[in-house]
Every structure is written in C-alpha cells, then in structure tokens.
Design a protein around this ligand. Structure first.
Ligand SMILES: [Zn+2]
Length: 232
C-alpha cells in the first residue's frame, strides 16, 4: 500500500524512504513501476536512464545558494545566462525559481520524481544537459519523449507523467522530469505552506539560506506560483 511521507521526508530532511538503485536514489515504492517503464522503453529501442532522482534538502540548499551567490549560472527560457547584477532581490528569486526549487519544496525530495534521458541516443562521453534543445524536435532525446508522450496519452506509462509539461508562469517546462503519480499525488496533498515555511525558517536559523527575507515576504505567492501550480 502506498503511504504518505513524514514531514521531514517531504522536505528532504530525512531519506529513510529512499533506496539506492544502481547508483540512483529513489523511493522504494517507485522501483517496480520504473522497471516496467524501462522494460517497455527497451523494447522500443531506448535505454531509459535516470539522470537525477532523490535530492536532499541540503543538496537543494547548496544549489539555491550557489545560484544566488553567482557560483552557478541562472538561465532564461532560451538557455541564455541571465545577468543578475541588475536584478532586484525579488526578480533574482523568481528567475531562480523558474528552474530550481526552494530547498524543502523540490519534488525530488520525495523520491517519486526523476529526470530522464536515453543512453542509446548518445555516446559515452556525451554530457547530458537536460535542456529543451535536447528534447525538442531534432534533439537527441526527442524520439524517447515522443514515445513517452504516446504512452502518457494512452495511460500506459505505469503511473509516470510530466508535472512540468507546460508553462503556466511558474516552473519552466521540463519535459525530462517525470513523476510517479500514485505516490506523488499523496505527497502533493500532504505538503503545505506551513510545512515549507517551517523548513525554511529552520534552515535560515541553523544553516545559511540566501534571500531569506525576500522569500519570507513573498512566500504565499511563491507557494501558489512555483510549488502547487504544476498542472497534471
Ligand atoms: Zn527534475
């Protein structure tokens, strides 16, 4: 039976629900369905691999802080690097949240969500970008995603769907990001503004969370725009 995660598991502070599967960390209850999807992909000529599965709160915190500090690039929709010097704190925050979740608010904390690619389509020295260029028509992973579209539409994707399929002004489209709906939908119902607020407040107190005052000021809007607004 699928059960909800604990509050600390939902925000990536506890990984006791996570298993290591060939070097990829995932929720144990996702593995059987993923194996079925991979098997179908194999029959269709694809080697469906997971580039990124579970991510902890601290890992997401490092990614977020790195972007605020300018240690990691921030991109626009076209893949161009954004000049952050001229941005207000609020605009900087929104630019980051288009592509990276706040620590505590990533679906990757749940272990139900994966970023995927087709290893059969690339050489061993190819560095997977997870970019729109790779997945759009003519892109190296387009055939895999075209096949997946067909499966998802026909309800044959073993519970996997794309939570970031279209641009609704929140998180930018990420066709490579799949979510295991039977379990992720339970997490979606359980996660709340208060749970995320509390995780962020603790991080701001015990660790270092950049832009915390701006985050706090706009947290309700952020929650609606970037956290709960992902379409089915
Ligand atoms: Zn992802």
């Amino acid at each position: 039976m699928l059960t909800s995660l604990t509050l600390n598991q939902l925000v990536g502070l506890d990984d006791t629900h996570i298993m290591d599967w060939n070097g990829t960390k995932l929720h144990s209850q996702v593995l059987t369905s993923l194996a079925r999807l991979r098997s179908d992909a194999n029959e269709a000529g694809f080697d469906l691999r997971v580039a990124s599965g579970f991510r902890s709160f601290d890992r997401q915190l490092a990614i977020f802080n790195g972007k605020v500090r300018g240690d990691r690039p921030i991109y626009d929709e076209n893949g161009n690097t954004i000049e952050v010097d001229s941005l207000s704190s609020y605009d900087l925050l929104c630019s980051i949240l288009r592509f990276s979740a706040l620590p505590g608010a990533s679906r990757h904390h749940w272990g139900t969500d994966i970023d995927i690619y087709d290893a059969n389509a690339i050489s061993s020295d190819y560095v997977v970008q997870l970019s729109m260029e790779e997945v759009c028509l003519g892109g190296v992973f387009y055939p895999l995603h075209e096949w997946l579209d067909f499966l998802i539409k026909g309800d044959q994707s073993h519970g996997f769907y794309r939570p970031y399929a279209v641009d609704n002004g929140g998180v930018a489209p990420e066709p490579w990001h799949l979510s295991f709906s039977p379990l992720a939908s339970i997490c979606e119902e359980t996660i709340s503004l208060d749970i995320i607020k509390s995780a962020l407040a603790n991080a701001a107190r015990d660790k270092k969370l950049e832009l915390y005052s701006t985050i706090s000021e706009h947290i309700d809007e952020i929650f609606n725009r970037f956290i709960t607004s992902s379409p089915e």
